[in-house]
Write a new protein. Structure first.
Length: 416
């Protein structure tokens, strides 16, 4: 297959300690009335208030919407849109974790185009540019500051639903690791695990034949030459820093590398997409009310094992990026060592081993399978084709902690 690559990125991406101070000048060039989308905790933070003061000094009027809550229910979005309309916002700034930035994306969409969030579910449903959007993440996880997707909770849907469009990508993303220094160990762990999963899935997604119109056929295009570089960069930084950042929040180098890795992972999957680990997490998360990053991290070693015969070389390359010494090992052993290393890293930061540990019971497995298969944009990206029967194998293995069964299947196929 010939070389092909695409990146979907913000117009401006700024990374580094202290770079939040660039916000006011960027904002002043985009609008005069900024709706600030955040949550109640951050709205009371002294550093947040200083950022708002810099906007005022740049003659940007502000209105703060601090009603963002976890899982991003539709009514939360509606309140933000109503406030933005009443204020006459011509710019939206999202400051916070993934939910805050996703809320800012959807609010910017609805302020620009009207209607309801439900009108835009799926891919390529956004008809044009949204209000100018600036994103400042305060966690190292979702990469939402650079991606074309927002995920929300709809009470009429059993699982979370996504709005995916290049128009949702922030105009400007400012990633300042100092904003993550106060992130507690538990949130650092699940956010960082989410980011590593993004990078691994982006690097191992299906590689599609690049038709001349592929960029208009899929928001998430699959594995490609440009997204691969960001995925490996992310894997290197996250695997080297995640445990240290969890153990010692004052390890500023670990915090910097973790945030850089999370942003790079966002750049990778924002173009390539994610796959089966995310498809299974959506129903599991809805059933158990456990953090998204925890759910995808639980699934990741099982998904890697399940997919290994369709991405064995890539799994070995991931191991090299993680710093494993794989010289002289067979392709099968390189992949095995990589999967074991990911499993061990997640265990070291407190990620459970099975979806049963998350609270799934045996009677729920058929529902998990059915709802996971309903995530078409994720299922189509998996390197190994998925149907109901193979999804059942994967989910049952993740429930019973039977990764050896998946490995045995791979070994059998290899021998044949």
């Amino acid at each position: 297959m010939s070389l092909f690559g695409t990146l979907r990125t913000p117009r401006n991406l700024v990374f580094g300690v202290g770079q939040r101070r660039a916000l006011a000048s960027y904002a002043a060039g985009l609008g005069k009335r900024a709706l600030i989308v955040t949550d109640e905790r951050l709205a009371d933070d002294g550093e947040f208030k200083q950022l708002i003061d810099t906007l005022s000094q740049a003659n940007v009027k502000t209105k703060i919407f601090d009603g963002t809550i976890a899982e991003l229910p539709l009514e939360c979005i509606a309140r933000g849109v109503a406030l933005g309309k009443a204020f006459g916002a011509d710019l939206v700034i999202g400051i916070g974790g993934g939910s805050c930035i996703d809320a800012a994306k959807v609010i910017a969409l609805l302020l620009a185009h009207g209607g309801k969030a439900q009108d835009y579910y799926g891919e390529f449903k956004v008809p044009g540019p949204v209000l100018p959007l600036i994103a400042l993440p305060t966690t190292s996880g979702t990469g939402s500051e650079v991606t074309p997707v927002a995920v929300i909770t709809d009470p009429d849907r059993a699982v979370k639903v996504g709005i995916a469009s290049p128009h949702l990508i922030s105009h400007t993303a400012i990633c300042d690791p100092e904003l993550t220094y106060s992130c507690p160990p538990s949130l650092t762990a699940v956010s960082g695990a989410d980011a590593l999963t993004h990078a691994i899935e982006a690097y191992t997604t299906v590689r599609r034949e690049p038709t001349g119109t592929i960029v208009h056929e899929h928001v998430f295009l699959g594995k490609n030459a440009l997204s691969d570089n960001y995925a490996l960069m992310a894997i290197s930084h996250i695997s080297a820093s995640l445990k240290s950042a969890c153990d010692n929040g004052n390890d500023h180098m670990a915090r910097e590398r973790l945030m850089l890795g999370a942003t790079a992972a966002g750049l990778a999957f924002g173009t390539a997409g994610t796959a089966a680990a995310h498809a299974v997490q959506y129903p599991v998360g809805a059933m158990t009310h456990t953090p998204h990053g925890m759910g995808v991290a639980v699934m990741m070693p099982y998904v890697m094992e399940f997919n290994r015969n369709h991405c064995e070389a890539e799994l070995g390359e991931i191991g090299v990026a993680m710093g494993l010494d794989l010289a002289g090992a067979s392709a099968f052993d390189r992949a095995s060592a990589t999967i074991d290393a990911v499993d061990s890293l997640f265990a070291s930061i407190g990620i459970p081993k099975t979806i049963a540990d998350l609270g799934v019971v045996a009677g729920q497995l058929p529902v998990v399978v059915e709802q996971a298969m309903g995530s078409a944009r994720l299922i189509k990206n998996n390197p190994r084709p998925l149907d109901t029967a193979t999804m059942e194998v994967l989910v049952e293995a993740a429930f019973s902690r039977d990764r050896t069964r998946l490995r045995a299947m791979a070994s059998h196929r290899k021998a044949n």
